[in-house]
Design a protein around this ligand. Structure first.
Ligand code: GLU
Length: 296
């Protein structure tokens, strides 16, 4: 494997990244993210890295990765090679997980999404509220943290499907001070609220690692100083700040930009043919037209 773009020894050089998942084609929302990163990197004399977030091995393909490269090149972007591909760095995420495990913060979680929902519904039926995360999903039941370790090991040994979750209460108890991050061009201090997420998944049963763990490890390993990404990930930053703190990793500066919505006011999805960059290009639009569509 070729040498990876590593942190610049000159810590004053800003380092930006665009980090798509090659599980679909790029749409206008991705173009906005990529162009804003490129713009900021240029304006600050910084570097721009491209990272393929492809731990979701069931859905990510080399063909999507190639189409992402083609679309970004067409938009006029350049980036440092070779790009970091998350699927090639599972050991780094495992190491971070092991550190959290040694702090006693990780436990095996056997309940499926349907079972979690059923717990939330039963509570609601009894007139009790059940906490939900910022995306609206019910929290993992806290009583599942206390499964007898020997029984849990037996279930794992039998091959029972499980993910690994962070004990949020315990993780928060290790903090020495409240967490925050610096946001946007006006450097607003935002108070992080990781508790809003409950016990997040850090290792999935159907993929190695998880988005939260790998993004935090990679941003640190690649020396990213500035994260520019969509507003849909604003609340996820609370989890990222917590993991950075627990793993002794530096906090980048964050900017969460506006989202591009479809005509019904919904966030664009990867299956959104009409806003796909390849589709727009085939319609005869130029990279300049794309900037126009994005009000850049
Ligand atoms: N891979 C994520 C996505 O495609 C973006 C992650 C990030 O920028 O932190 O939505």
């Amino acid at each position: 494997m070729a040498e990876e773009a590593m942190p610049d020894p000159d810590h004053h050089t800003p380092v930006f990244r665009f980090a798509p998942s090659p599980n679909g084609v790029l749409h206008l929302g991705h173009a906005l993210s990529a162009l804003l990163n490129a713009e900021r990197a240029k304006a600050t004399g910084g570097r721009l890295l491209l990272r393929m977030e492809d731990i979701d091995i069931g859905r990510c393909t080399p063909a999507f990765e190639q189409s992402i490269r083609d679309d970004l090149s067409w938009l006029g972007l350049t980036w440092e090679e070779p790009v970091r591909r998350q699927s090639e760095h599972i050991d780094a995420y495992r190491e971070a997980l092991d550190k959290l495990t040694s702090l006693g913060l990780i436990y095996p979680a056997f309940l499926s999404r349907g079972e979690i929902k059923a717990h939330a519904k039963r509570a609601a039926d009894r007139g009790h509220s059940w906490p939900r995360d910022p995306d609206g999903a019910p929290h993992y039941p806290e009583f599942e943290r206390d499964l007898d370790p020997a029984t849990a090991q037996q279930r794992i040994a039998k091959g029972e499907r499980h993910s690994l979750r962070l004990n949020m209460t315990k993780a928060l108890s290790l903090l020495k001070a409240p967490l925050s991050w610096t946001e946007g061009t006006d450097n607003t201090t935002i108070a992080a609220d990781p508790a809003a997420w409950g016990d997040v998944i850090l290792w999935r049963w159907d993929a190695p690692s998880s988005y939260h763990l790998s993004v935090v490890v990679d941003d640190a390993l690649q020396g990213i100083t500035h994260v520019v990404r969509g507003r849909d990930l604003f609340h996820a930053t609370s989890v990222h700040r917590l993991l950075q703190n627990l793993l002794d990793l530096p906090a980048p500066h964050y900017t969460h930009h506006r989202l591009i919505l479809d005509k019904d006011g919904r966030k664009l999805s990867k299956s959104e043919g009409a806003s796909g960059l390849g589709h727009l290009r085939a319609q005869g639009l130029s990279p300049l037209d794309i900037r126009g569509l994005l009000n850049l």
